[in-house]
Design a protein around this ligand. Sequence first.
Ligand code: GLU
Length: 307
Amino acid sequence: MNLTNNEYRGRFAPSPSGQLHFGSLVAAISSYLQAKSQQGQWLLRIEDVDQTREVAGSASHILSTLDKLGFEWDGSIIYQSQQTARYAEYLQTLIDKDLIYACDCSRSKLKQNSSAAAIYPGNCRLKKHPLTSPHALRCRVSTESLFIKDQIQPAFSVNLQDDCGDFIIKRRDQFFAYQLAVVVDDHEQCITDIIRGADLLSSTPQQIYLQKQLGFSQPSYGHIPVAMHQTGLKLSKSHQDLALGHYNPLAVMQQALVFLNQSPPAELAHVSLSEFWQWAINNWHLSDIPRLAEKAFTLDIPFTDTL
Ligand code: GLU
């Protein structure tokens, strides 16, 4: 892939587990505006590595919605389901570095033995199960602390051993885990900057750890707040996930800018798509995004803007 020095390459990587909703639109808009305001490129990836969660037709629905909303992407779209040979190649690199072992612990067994089931206690580290089905494959973590800087959220430091323990790279059902897939794809797509939802902040240390082990360069990260319904439900899980289909799309995009503290004028809901994007790119300030992991929000769209 041609990449000139210092070129900004951002991306949006939706999982096709449903239609594009307000929360994912906010992630798409912020990664897009950050890339465009840096004269950078913006790539798309459909994260369908977990095919058990895929909702038929949602990938094409997401893409056609982005297209209708005037997003312009660079290069060809990557589908994770077509990248398994590449994931296997990098898994082999980790095996060669003696970082991988097979694990036969079931979730219920882990829950019985530990009050903090989310932290894998390393039961199978020394067991030498064969690295084949029906076992899951885990990556050994080190006790070294990682210092995680973020363009939006406060920096923090993590010790993977205490925070999550050895984590899954390939599942028992033989699907590759998101953590490996995303790291390999960001590397293959030469992504320099990742702007995404703060629900993924806790995955970032595992991803940075894998980048280090695989000798990849580390992209810069920025995590935007997750949009919550006033009741505390993630917007994607509430009735407002239908917002894109019910309202004037520009009214929803204007609201996404309000959510991101970009102070858009109300009239932005009634201009042409190209005027919308021109205003949004020229007035984009990453530093104005609230430094919160979650932000309660209710769409404020006049009835006249319903479709
Ligand atoms: N596929 C993830 C999602 O839809 C995003 C992953 C990422 O941006 O790294 O939530």
